[in-house]
Design a protein around this ligand. Structure first.
Ligand code: NAD
Length: 293
């Protein structure tokens, strides 16, 4: 088992670090929050006072931070100065493609291998160790990161070169955001046309309108499997995080010269939803805004 530095022990990182410790790794955990450090200690990690202390002597350095600027800051301030030349750097945060590539290049310039490895699956999957990881980096980087990621997830997929993991993540979530808005719209129209929501679900779930947003995450309470809709849109995947991912997709599309009108429309809707103070609600709660509630 290896010594692992884990930086960023929030909603996602807390569960992920706990799973590495459970699998027998020696996890040196750091976060700016004292509460997060206390939880990591209870989960079997060794909390340390600085990022440098976590990184020194670690075979793998894993970060799970809010956004690109936090990742770049931690890498510049602590990771590059303290990582052993043979360490593998694994960033699991969802960040912009450009920063992911820049950080990996800065690591390579210092002779250190880095991969981007964002995740699909929420807080429950992080706690259960059933995340999906999409990895950007060299074949060697992927092979070295894979055992650590497997200890925290159910699937680890090599997406391509540096930044490809982030590209896969934001493209996936652009589909998710757009299909959720489309699914919500269809339910609202069905209601206005006098169609029973359950009857519509039963039909669309086995017809060409089917999608994950329809079948696995139905935005209407009491219809389909139990989802955040059945819990007043609490828990699940916060609309603010969906908005973050749709903004990343829009930025990436502008950089790449790609036309993504549905993704941009979904971003505009989630912006309105967040501006109305609903950013903390599950992203399927946008159906209420579409109903005019
Ligand atoms: P979070 O805000 O709960 O956790 C982030 C943690 O990073 C916090 O504990 C914070 O104190 C810590 N942190 C910030 N700056 C730091 C620094 N300089 N040094 C050390 N620690 C620092 O966020 P989260 O929900 O755990 O999300 C983490 C990442 O995972 C984000 O990029 C998010 O987009 C992505 N993600 C989240 C979900 C989800 O459902 N929450 C799902 C998939 C991906």
């Amino acid at each position: 088992m290896a010594r692992v530095a884990f930086i960023g022990l929030g909603n996602m990182g807390g569960g992920m670090a706990a799973n590495l410790a459970k699998k027998g790794h020696d996890v040196r955990a750091f976060d700016l929050s004292a509460d997060a450090l206390a939880r990591a200690k209870e989960a079997g990690c060794l909390p340390v006072a600085t990022a440098a202390e976590a990184i020194e002597g670690a075979e793998a350095v894993i970060t799970m931070l809010p956004a690109g600027r936090h990742v770049e800051e931690v890498y510049e301030a602590a990771v590059f100065a303290n990582a052993a030349p043979g360490a593998i750097l694994i960033d699991c945060s969802t960040i912009d493609v450009a920063t992911a590539k820049r950080v990996a290049q800065a690591a390579a310039d210092r002779g250190i291998t880095a991969v981007d490895a964002p995740v699909s699956g929420g807080i429950a999957a992080a706690a259960a160790g059933t995340l999906t990881f999409m990895v950007g980096g060299s074949d060697d980087g992927f092979a070295r990161a894979e055992p650590y990621l497997s200890a925290m997830g159910k699937a680890v997929i090599h997406a391509g070169a540096s930044g490809a993991g982030q590209a896969a993540k934001i493209c996936n979530n652009m589909i998710l955001g757009a299909t959720m808005v489309a699914t919500c719209e269809a339910f609202v129209l069905a209601e206005k046309l006098g169609l029973d929501a359950k009857a519509f679900f039963d039909i669309a779930s086995v017809s060409s309108g089917q999608s994950w947003s329809m079948t696995s995450y139905c935005p209407v309470p009491g219809v389909g499997p139990t989802t955040p809709a059945d819990n007043d849109y609490q828990g699940g995947f916060a609309a603010a995080l969906m908005l973050k991912d749709l903004r990343l997709a829009a930025e990436a599309a502008a950089d790449a010269g790609a036309d993504t009108p549905m993704g941009e429309r979904a971003r505009d809707y989630y912006e309105r939803f967040a501006d109305a103070g609903q950013g903390g609600k599950d992203f399927s709660g946008i159906i209420r805004m579409l109903r005019g509630e």
